[in-house]
Design a protein around this ligand. Structure first.
Ligand code: AMP
Ligand code: TRP
Length: 333
C-alpha cells in the first residue's frame, strides 16, 4: 500500500543522536521505499511557542535542513520545507482550533511538562501547539506520521480533530485520521550521563548528548565519559533491561550498526565496558562524522539551503492551499 508520510522537527538548536536514531534515520528509510510519498517539515511556527532569539532561529532553520540533507534526505525525492513559508499551516490551524475542544487540549501531557508550574505564564501558542501539528498533518492527507513515543498523544488528538470535523460538517473522509509510526526499537535514546533520562537538546550538560555536528574528538570523549556500571556486559535482554546505561549504549550500537539488539548482546556479552566503548566510539565516529562534515559544508552555502526550502515550500503550498480552499468551502466561507 502506498503511504503518504508527513513529519516535522523543530529548529530549536543542535540536533543530536536521539533525533537521528529516533526520527531522521527513519525518515530516510521511509523516503527510500518507492511506495511512499514523503514530506518533511522544519516546524519553525512550533519553535516560537517558546521564546526564540530571531538570529538564532534563522540559523537553526538552516541547520535543521542541513541535518536532514546530510543524513540522507533527498530534496528531489521528498518535499523538504519550512512551515512558515506555507501560509496554509497557520490558516488551517485556526480553523481546526475551532474544532478541537479545551478538554482535549487540557489532557496534553507535553503542555503540562513544558509549561511547568506556572501555567499562567505559558504562551497561548504553546497550549494550542498540538492543533497546529494536526493542521500540518491533515492539510496533506498524510496517512502515516513517523514520530517518537512522546508525540503519540498529539497524533491521537489529530485523529480526534479529523473525525470531529468530518462528522460536524457531514463530510466523511475529507480529513484523513493519521496513523502514528513509532519505532519498536530504540524509540528513546537516553542521556549519556543518566540512563533514565531522555537525551535532550535542553540538557545543560553537553556530555549528555552526541550532537550531529560534533567533531570526532568530541564524539570519542563523550563516549569515553558516558556513565556505566561496574559489571561486565550481560548475556540476555532481561538482565540488560535492569541496567539502564548498558541498555542505552548497546541500543545505540545496535541502531547505528543496523543489527538486532540480541546480536549486539551476543557480540559483547561478558566483556567489560572499556573494550565495548572503544568499538562503540569507532562506530559512532564512522556514522556521525560524515553527517557532521556534510552539515558543516552545507551551512557554508546558505543560498543553497534557502533554495531547497523555498522550492520545497512551493510544492507543499500547491497541496496545502488546495486543501485549505476545500476546507473553506466546507466551512461556509
Ligand atoms: P525534538 O527535538 O523534541 O523536536 O524531537 C524531534 C524528533 O526527534 C521527534 O520525533 C522526537 O520524538 C525525536 N527525539 C527527540 N529526542 C529523542 C530521543 N532522546 N530518543 C529518540 N527520539 C528522540
Ligand atoms: N511536535 C513534534 C515534535 O516536537 C514536531 C511536529 C510538528 C510534528 N508538526 C508535526 C511531527 C507534524 C510530526 C507531524 O517532535
Amino acid at each position: 500500500m502506498s503511504k503518504k508520510i508527513f513529519s516535522g522537527v523543530q529548529p530549536t538548536g543542535n540536533l543530536h543522536l536521539g533525533n537521528y536514531i529516533g526520527a531522521i534515520k527513519n525518515f530516510v528509510s521511509l523516503q527510500n521505499d518507492p511506495n511512499n510519498f514523503c514530506i518533511y517539515c522544519v516546524v519553525d511556527l512550533h519553535a516560537i511557542t517558546v521564546k526564540q532569539n530571531p538570529f538564532e532561529l534563522k540559523k537553526n532553520i538552516r541547520e535543521t535542513a542541513a541535518a536532514f540533507i546530510a543524513s540522507g534526505l533527498d530534496y528531489k525525492k521528498s518535499i523538504i520545507f519550512n512551515q512558515s513559508l506555507v501560509p496554509a499551516h497557520a490558516e488551517g490551524s485556526w480553523m481546526l482550533s475551532c474544532i478541537a475542544r479545551m478538554g482535549w487540549l487540557n489532557r496534553m501531557t507535553q503542555f503540562k511538562e513544558k509549561a511547568g508550574k506556572d501555567k499562567e505564564k505559558a504562551s497561548v501558542g504553546l497550549y494550542i501547539y498540538p492543533v497546529l501539528m494536526a493542521a500540518d498533518i491533515l492539510l496533506y492527507d498524510a496517512t502515516h506520521v513517523p514520530v517518537g513515543e512522546d508525540q503519540k498523544q498529539h497524533l491521537e488528538l489529530s485523529r480526534d480533530i479529523a473525525n470531529k470535523f468530518n462528522l460536524d460538517f457531514d463530510s466523511p473522509n475529507f480529513l484523513t485520521p493519521p496513523e502514528p509510526l513509532i519505532q519498536k526499537n530504540f524509540a528513546r535514546i537516553m542521556s549519556l550521563k543518566d540512563g533514565t533520562k531522555k537525551m535532550s537538546k535542553s540538557d545543560p550538560s553537553e556530555l549528555s548528548r552526541i550532537n550531529l555536528n560534533d567533531t570526532s574528538d568530541q564524539v570519542l570523549n563523550k563516549i569515553k565519559k558516558a556513565k556505566t556500571d561496574n559489571d561486565p556486559l550481560p548475556d540476555n535482554q532481561n538482565e540488560l533491561s535492569k541496567r539502564p546505561e548498558a541498555e542505552n549504549l548497546l541500543g545505540i550500537y545496535s541502531s547505528l550498526s543496523d543489527q538486532p539488539l540480541n546480536t549486539t548482546i551476543k557480540e559483547f556479552s561478558g566483556q567489560n565496558f572499556s573494550s565495548f566503548k572503544e568499538k562503540l566510539a569507532d562506530l559512532a565516529v564512522h556514522k556521525i562524522l560524515p553527517i557532521s562534515k556534510e552539515i558543516n559544508k552545507l551551512l557554508k552555502d546558505e543560498n543553497f539551503l534557502d533554495n531547497v526550502l523555498i522550492e520545497g515550500a512551493e510544492k507543499a503550498n500547491q497541496i496545502a492551499s488546495e486543501k485549505i480552499k476545500q476546507l473553506k468551502k466546507i466551512v461556509g466561507f
